[in-house]
Design a protein around this ligand. Sequence first.
Ligand code: 6R9
Length: 642
Amino acid sequence: MSEAVHPVPADFESRIGPAELDALNHRADTDTDGFWLEQARRLDWAKAPTRAGNWSFHEADFGIRWFEDGQLNLSVNCLDRHLAERGDKVALIFEGDEPGHTQRWTYRQLYEETCRFANLYRQKGVKRGDRVMIYMPMIPEAAAAMLACARVGAIHSVVFGGFSPESVAGRIEDCDAKLIVTADEGCRGGKRIPLKANVDKAIALCPRIDAVVVVTRTGGEVAMVEGRDIRWSDVRDTLPTEAEPEVMDAEDPLFILYTSGSTGKPKGVVHTTGGYATWAATTFDWVFGATDRDIFWCTADIGWITGHSYVVYGPLMNGATSVMFDGIPTYPGPDRFWETCDRLGVTIFYTAPTALRSLMREGDAPVTKHRRSSIRLLGTVGEPINPEAWEWYWRVVGDGRVPIVDTWWQTETGGILISPVPGAIDMKPGSATKPLPGIKPLLVDANHQVLEGATSGNLCLSHSWPGQMRTVWGDHERFFQTYFTAYPGLYFTGDGCRRDEDGYYWITGRVDDVINVSGHRIGTAEVESALVAHPLVAEAAVVAIPHDIKGQAIYAYVTLNAGESGSDELRKQLNQEVRQHIGALAAPERIQFAPSLPKTRSGKIMRRILRKVAEGETGGFGDVSTLADPSVVDQLVAGRNS
Ligand code: 6R9
């Protein structure tokens, strides 16, 4: 790994320099509660909290609560509080799939649209604590639909538009949603996505939805079910533009977001109101430091946590202008990002390493033909960034003049935990640098030993922070089991990590059975059960292989029922099976038919061997003596190459 050090460019303007960062860290360590309560005061509270954290990671008294005697409404914090001074300021810039298909929504417009949605929810009987599902493109109405949930105290669950009807149905069922907000169709890279038709299919599988609100995005023809489906354009103008905000307790759930784990079905990660809001607002300010002159563009979809925290909540709580992009990096051409940055005057740009790697292969010209002079800060998120991509981002996109923030965090963490505070810390390409104030990472080995100094280990956190997830929806026991039993008393992230002699953290990737494909988390167990759903499949095991652009890709081993044989046609069907059960994002890169899988005598699949074979290794498999049938390995190697 490159160990180059890039000092912060001298002319970078920031409110937090090295001395201010030291002071924040000192405060967090010496007056922890005072420090956190001070961060909470960034928000407008109906009743200000007097308590900071009240948590334990230990089984006997396990629980996580923050600011628990406080009361607030998050939509008020994103909208109402800005109306007096920033009512006419642009809150959201919608940039559609076609360049220049742009809309600017002021804080007042977003406020009114949010109130309209809130009134519709109330008309439809949505009450405090009810679940609303949002399955939408990246349009401002999606943000309004989320904020309206916060306004009436409903819990939103946003599902990424790339998930299949079956996945949508599974999530509806798990969280028992009452109402869905969707759009007629999505439109990405010139291709239509049948969102409403997918919702219809999902409801057919799981008929418990009372109402479907359909926002017009493309104007495409969609079927409407009488008495259930409501066209937003039919009701919008009849709805009042004021709606009383519900006063929520800090620990009332704000949203559920499903994420893949190493076992079983996706988990509904639950975030609550006061702590999540504090953390999204605080980290947005520390890491991006947007001022009124900034135009902030985070390219993530609102279907992921990054879209929640840094397209919608973080920027809006801070009164910033946030870009909502409903396209892809390569449409209509590989210069889309930079052309759009110039046209919209983007000052802070935040994207995923996979996008950078896909653009890097197109060479520098698509970047350098645009000026990019408005950009003053660049960021990445979602997966480790290889130093080569970092250097390209720095040298070509940033012209070597703007800092890069490599931000490490997770759906579970609500907001950024390890990242440079730009202006305050030197950068090393490929390292997320150091924890933010108040964040306490530890590296631990397999024997539960906490490791000191320069070392590698599994990344844990010893202290809670306000944005930490509170539970798995409907399964608190699974929450505890998943995150707090591997290393008792610690939160285990699932990531491996190296810490260097300067105390910088280098995340090396997942150490559990989660695959990070283009920054999206895919659970091996989910893909395996989708493959096994095919009638000819006896067994399946999937592993990650390195991929130049996606970071990791999925390699699947499939064992067929006795007497069956593999074919390209069957590969196509299996691919289809995964798309149907999960979505295209989980489709395997390669499927190898294997007569059997390498198992221990107790029946455990040895994934270590599967990974090596998938990567093309033909030997050096280590100790295979525990395998029930060691000859399986040779068959796998032969099958890899056939
Ligand atoms: C925000 C988000 C979380 C997993 C996480 C880790 C990987 C995210 C990273 C990174 C290295 C970074 N990850 N950011 N790895 N450097 N800057 O991505 O949430 O979808 O839940 O994924 O992504 O492996 O554990 P989520």
